[in-house]
Design a protein around this ligand. Sequence first.
Ligand code: FES
Length: 131
Amino acid sequence: MGERFCSEEPSSRRARPPRLFRRGREEEPLPGKVRRCSAPPQPVIAAKEPFPVELKAGKKYAWCSCGHSRSQPFCDGTHKKAAPGLSPLRFTPEEDKTAWLCGCKRTRSPPYCDGTHKEEAVQGARVSTQP
Ligand code: FES
């Protein structure tokens, strides 16, 4: 657990022989083009704007942090296959309220939108349509 396989070397490392990366250290090279790396999986952008949601006090919610859920902005379990290593953020509001839940999955105050979606890194990126 915590490891994943990467099919390609980053372009800056193509000239170097493939190596196994595990928990930040280099080990024996793997045969073929497959290598292991410990880099955490990155979420995909589900939407370039937040989702307005009516939240109920005391109700438990699971905000999708991987971006693959088809029930945005909430988790539908797709992360188990599409983004192992990422898990939903569970939260329980203390009061009834309308909240803007992050759709770009880049917010620094999850699950709430903090305006990060306005940055070029999000606005210029492709939106995920498939898990
Ligand atoms: S939608 Fe992600 S920060 Fe606003």
